[in-house]
Design a protein around this ligand. Structure first.
Ligand code: NAP
Length: 460
């Protein structure tokens, strides 16, 4: 369908957009490089003022921006409002801390004076996904711009209005022309941008295929990349866990963003003594979810973002059931609100128990409201199953036992471990994965250090 807004709750086309012609794309790349020449010399104070203004605008117009996200990709409106507010938070956070994060550090050596300083790299390309259309962009842009880089955004093709709104927010906040630009281009044009000599580094949040393709092109030109890719996060429940709280959080952690979050809990690994009780309560919690119009405050679960995502998810469910998984609830397209002339991309909240290891879906990411449930005899087995995945993004584990807690923290292969809580991003904490979940970090101090030259200075 090209670059277009299609309302996933109805399947109706709202607006389509022309992709940039090659000359217009080239002009934007060159403008970004030109803007860097002067923008790099602006002060932290000045950049912070602009970013704080963007934060204020986000807060003031949070409902408008939230509606735009819900319209283009279908997330429940209450979650969309929370996302806009979190974007304001990350802007304020880096406005406040960037100068300290990037302050020169004196180091004693054999020189009369030696120190480490941090300088911006130049034009950074960000390729971003549709699932958190504002948050993914702001968590890249706030540190990158505070460090003095200029940015080019290639957003997902189904959220062009969000992409243009973000460009407009940053321009209205005062960032000079071409410091942050949205490129309305298809994925096929990304390689050309990566290879442009003006572009110094790139970051991509999205699928493994897209990440590998961008990294290949960047690698051939020896350009740095950061990749935030998929995940199949484990959610481990031991016998000592508070079961009711674990079930409530498990449901939220799986269903957030209509199940389309990289750090959603996807594999629920439960110790035998509590497995039956957990499964029963988990099914009840899924059955109680309110599915429907994402613009309503009461909706827990809206549509999937595109028809293709729903098709792929349903295929994974069918393959898993055919291979022997038990379907405890759901397993079908949800058509509750379909009318004759429109139908959205809804899917039933689904729990699949014990997918056989030989099934191809066993190690796949399920990007939608489908939970995979496993029963294990011991903590050793739980950790082994959790780590038996190509991914390593986040992990959540539930226990009241200190020695179990210590083992889980030490032994889970993931970029983050949350004990008795759901995995979430926070501007103050680094975020990212290992294995096929990618490399590099966003947020916290590590996030702002990704796109700077760590320069060593030695003076005699
Ligand atoms: P996707 O297809 O990889 O799309 C993500 C972005 O990459 C879009 O802008 C897309 O553009 C672009 N793209 C697609 N193919 C490309 C290619 N070959 N070369 C360069 N760019 C390309 O991802 P998705 O499937 O829509 O998004 C869901 C995935 O993102 C899931 O796996 C999820 O776990 C992951 N994710 C990870 C994080 C994290 O922080 N780790 C956060 C959110 C999502 P078009 O839209 O034009 O195709």
């Amino acid at each position: 369908m090209g670059i277009a807004s299609i309302n996933p709750a109805t399947g109706l086309l709202i607006k389509s957009f022309e992709a940039l012609e090659p000359d217009a794309l080239q002009a934007k790349i060159e403008a970004a490089a030109l803007a860097f020449d002067h923008y790099r010399n602006t002060s932290f104070e000045q950049r912070g003022d602009w970013l704080r203004r963007a934060a204020a605008d986000l807060r003031e117009r949070s409902t408008d921006f939230a509606k735009l996200m819900t319209l283009e990709m279908g997330k429940p409106i209450t979650q969309a409002i929370a996302e806009v507010e979190k974007c304001a938070w990350v802007c304020d956070y880096y406005a406040e801390h960037a100068a300290a994060f990037l302050a020169p550090e004196s180091v004693e050596t054999d020189a009369s004076q030696s120190w480490v300083m941090y300088q911006p790299l130049g034009v950074i390309l960000a390729v971003m996904p549709w699932n958190f259309p504002f948050w993914q962009v702001f968590r890249f842009a706030a540190p990158a711009l505070m460090a003095g880089n200029t940015a080019l955004l290639k957003h997902a093709s189904n959220v062009p209005q969000c992409a243009l709104a973000i460009e407009s927010i940053l321009a209205s906040a005062g960032f000079p022309e071409a410091v942050f630009q949205t490129l309305l281009i298809p994925a096929a044009d990304v390689e050309r941008v990566v290879r442009s000599p003006q572009v110094k580094a790139a970051t991509l949040t999205g699928s493994e295929i897209a990440g590998a393709s961008l990294a290949k092109a960047a690698g051939e030109c020896l350009k740095k990349t950061v990749l935030e890719l998929g995940g199949s996060d484990p959610f481990i429940v031991t016998a000592s866990a508070d079961l009711d709280e674990a079930v409530a959080v498990a449901t939220k952690a799986r269903m957030l963003n209509n199940g389309q979050s990289c750090i959603a809990a996807k594999r629920f690994i439960v110790l035998e003594p509590v497995a039956e009780a957990f499964a029963e309560k988990f099914v009840q919690a899924f059955a109680a979810l309110h599915i429907g119009d994402p613009t309503q405050d009461s909706t827990d679960l809206g549509p999937l973002a595109t028809a293709k995502i729903r098709e792929q998810l349903h295929h994974q469910v069918e393959v898993s059931i055919a291979a022997g998984a038990d379907c405890l609830i759901g397993g079908q397209l949800w058509t509750g609100e379909a009318t004759d002339d429109r139908s959205g991309y809804f899917y039933e909240p689904t729990i699949l128990k014990n997918i056989p290891e030989a099934c191809p879906t066993y190690r796949e990411e399920f990007f939608g409201p489908v939970a995979l449930l496993f029963t294990v005899p011991s903590l050793d087995a739980a950790i082994a199953l959790a780590n038996d995945s190509p991914f390593g993004l986040g992990a959540s584990a539930w226990t009241q036992d200190e020695s179990e807690r210590d083992r889980l923290i030490q032994e889970l292969e993931a970029g983050s471990v949350f004990i008795n809580g759901m995995v979430k991003s926070d501007p103050r904490l680094p975020f990212g994965g290992i294995k096929h979940s990618g490399y590099g970090r966003e947020l916290g101090r590590p996030g702002i250090l990704e796109f700077v030259n760590v320069k060593t200075v030695w003076v005699k």
